[in-house]
Design a binder for this molecule. Sequence first.
Ligand code: ADP
Ligand code: MG
Length: 317
Amino acid sequence: MNEFSLIDQFFKPLGEVAASTSPNVVLGIGDDCALLANKADHQLAVSVDTLVAGVHFPENTNPIDLGYKCLAVNLSDLAAMGAIPAWFTLCVTLPEQDPEWLKNFARGLSLLSQEFKVPLVGGDTTKGPLTISLQVAGWVPEAKALKRSGAQPDDVVYVAGDLGWPFLGLQSLQNTVNMQSEHLARARSRFLRPVPQVVLGEALRGLASAAIDISDGLTADLGHILKASGVGAQLNRQQLPLAAPLHTMDQRTQQAAVNFGDEYQLLFTAPQSAQTAVIDATVGVGFTVSAIGKIIADNGLWDENGEPVESQGYQHF
Ligand code: ADP
Ligand code: MG
């Protein structure tokens, strides 16, 4: 199979699923460029992530899971800005031609591509060590994007959902933790198939003062908001919403779990005066959020006893 029939067979359909219903795409895969429609009074939020085999995922990762997650983590970045997905592009570097692998990889992508009606509009296919680079773009109304830099002293810090499932999911896949079967299923699915919180991000427009999706870990990602906003925070460790199986585990494990990252849930701040509006808006779209601390003027991250909280999380360098 040559490069072009490979693109036609596996990638072109990912443009067609949603493109027919998408007002964003004038011309998709197949020409020298894609042609994408503009949207009045909106800004385009754009993000790209590269995943390298052996660094970001094991070489033998199930290609369906890999395809799913590549798109999920990028859609999560759009969610964290309050943007609605419009289209994506994909660069794949493959060590060899493996139609079965490609079919499954494309299937993983199509799960989210269809759910969020976000078509693939172009990309590049090359030979080399397995590397996936995926770019997404989404619309956000002018000046309504949720940035990291807007947190103000006295704002409340919120997190959506409960934390630690992806950590447990990875441990369960490595057979290093015991859990009841319903918890096992939940943990694995939260690790392998995170659902981007696009609907929540949209609901937080005009309410949240700052937002981020938790990819590096709770304290690391909160640290990103604090740094961008030039503020500090007090974190109530007692109020962290922990995944159910963590309740019976020791404190060190709990801490490792909330700082593991890979959650793709939203962490955000909002003024105290907006507390009721935040709860109403988030419940309205089916999310639970927990108030886990507050923003303070002094830099640094502290716990409820005034002890410094060390920022932990994954870094490449
Ligand atoms: P060019 O030589 O102009 O870069 P290519 O041969 O790389 O064109 O690609 C031909 C068409 O296929 C282009 O429209 C390109 O966007 C698309 N394409 C190539 N690889 C991919 C891919 N992995 N996913 C989606 N579209 C792709
Ligand atoms: Mg090319």
